[in-house]
Structure formats: C-alpha cells, structure tokens
Design a binder for this molecule. Sequence first.
Ligand code: SF4
Length: 373
Amino acid sequence: MNNFSGIYFHIPFCPKKCLYCDFFSVTGCPRDTLKRYGKSLFDEAERRLGELSETKIVSLYFGGGSPTSMDEDFFRNFAVFAEKSGINLEDCEVTVEVNPADRGENWIKNLKNCGINRVSIGIQAFDDKVLSEMGRRTTVADMEKNIPLFAKYFDNVSCDIIYGLGKNREINQELNKIFELAPFKHVSAYRYARPERENAPQLLDEDETLRQEAEIRDFLQKRGFARYEISNYSLSGFGSRHNMLYWTYSSWLGIGAGAASFIRKTGVSSRYADDIDAFIEGEGLSSVELTLQERLEEFLLMGLRVKIGINLSDFKKLFGKEFFELVSEKVVSDLVSEGLLKFDENRKILKCTEKGSDFLNAILLKLFDAIRC
Ligand code: SF4
C-alpha cells in the first residue's frame, strides 16, 4: 500500500466563462482579490499540512479556473511556501494547468524557475469554429504562438481535449496539428457532458461521439500512448502522478474555494464553500467522516477507472475486513463471467476488461448494490 499524498490548489478565476464549463470559477475579480486569495492559499496549506504528516507528498497541482490568472509573484511565493514546509519540489510532480492564450515567455520562464516541472495545456479543440461554439477565448493562432513556448521550457507537457461536441469535426487533423506544436507526453480526452444551461453547446449523437473517441484513441495508440485510465493516455512513465493519487485511494489536500480533500487514515472528506471571500477570511470549510459504504464506493469508483485495477492485498488494512466479506463474491464472479471484470487471484488484482471499461457505470451500480456493510 503506497503512502503517497498530494496537494491541489484551486484557482477559481477566469477572464471569461466558457459555455460548456461547470467548474467553480468567477470572472472580473480585482487584482487585489487575486493577491489576497493567493496569500490565503499558502497560509491555509501551511496550516493543514499536518494532516499529511504520515505520508510522502509526491505531487502539487494548480488547477482551476485558470492558474494563468495568477501573476509571477504568486508562483515565487509558492516556491517559498514549499521550502518553508520542507517539500523538495525536485522530488515531486508539480503541475500547472495553463490556458495558451493568456501568457507570454517571461511568465512561462518564471514558472520553470519556481519549481514547476509539468504543464497541462487546456486546448479542448484545434478548430476556431468549435472553439467559438464552446465560448473559448483561445484561438488556433494563440495556440500556434504559445504552445511551442511551453514546450521550450518543459519536457513534461500534457494537454486536454474535449470530444462529443462540434459537428463534422476532423479530430484526427486537429491532433496532427497539435502534435506539430509540442511533443506531448500525456493527453486527457474528456467526453463532453452538457451542463443544464441554455447556451451550452449541443451534444453530438452517440455514433458521432464514439467516432470522435475512436479517432483519438487510434491516433494516440499509433504514437505509442497507452490508455492508462478511462480518459487519460500517456507515453511510458508519464502517467499523471497527481491523478493516480485520486485513483489509488491516497490522501490529498485540496486548498481553495470549492476544493475538496480526502485523508485516507481518518476517512474524513472536507470541502471549502464556493465562496472566494469566505476562503480569504478563513471560513467555509466543512468536514464529514465518510461511512464504510461511502469509502468502499469511492475505492471502487476510482480504482476501476485505471488500467492496473485495484490491488486487494492491503484491503484489510484499509477497511478492517477482507474484500469478499464486504462485497458479494457472487456478483463479482458474475461480472467476470460476463467478460466485464478480470480477477487475478494470485496477485489479488481486480480490474475492468477492455469491454468493461465501456460499461463502467453499469458495473459500479452492481458492485455498490453488492456491498454488505
Ligand atoms: S477556462 Fe477552464 S475553468 Fe475557466 S471557464 Fe473555461 S473551462 Fe471553465
């Protein structure tokens, strides 16, 4: 059982709201608020660091919102926070999500100088018509100019794309052009889930969505990428360490308005309110101790997303009983017989088959029902 952990910093500011987005972020905040928020983030992380005391921090991650909203001083303060807290950034994966439209070379160089060693670029689409349908402020021209700059300073570059929207889209061509700009090591390809908002882009029909997904998978597999999680592909050795913490039921602190944390040892989950002023004032944090049923559901939900599956050897240490004392063996073996799950008894690994990955929600519903607490 690994003892790794990480810290997520939420930056809830965006210059403009994209039409498909459901994350907590606000537009038009004054510069002074961003500064005070930035200071509160590191003060709060320092205050809560003790919750990770029996773990080894292996990842720090700035997500959003748009971390590109923060100025260079913010990242310098981050480097100071890490040093003061005894976190050696060279031993960690340190990721910043970036919007390629927002910043130039000096800002990018500063990131590198502050110990950041991985960037995740929000591309989403490489077609101005689709980008405009999504309400993105980024254009293809912005990306052509700035993505090579990120690649100049960082070896470990990831990008996000969204499929399931944008009619008659030539995703294969988009990917070809994207890969001409940088040697990406990791790609997250998310299926569009339409938020309940009138002006949100329309969903494509299932056939078209599956065609786009297959094009992405084929393109990446031909370039040596492995699909190591339902929505994530990487070259060998470049899987996202941060996301693996979530998928392997490890502990993490999520700091910032709207961010959630989970501490494995205590089973406590906590969350800050979606309220920037409250966060700055040190308010809005609520905590709950998850029930055994909830912890098991989380364990299955996260673990079955990854290709390596769930390792059951340490299950008793985590939950106090053997796996099949808490989950019906019959239901698991039925799912194995249907070709949806694979159980390696010697190595005690339970995972989805290729076919099972396409039916994960249905599998999880059956497994949740099969929990006997
Ligand atoms: S930049 Fe990202 S977080 Fe901000 S509105 Fe767009 S998708 Fe949402």
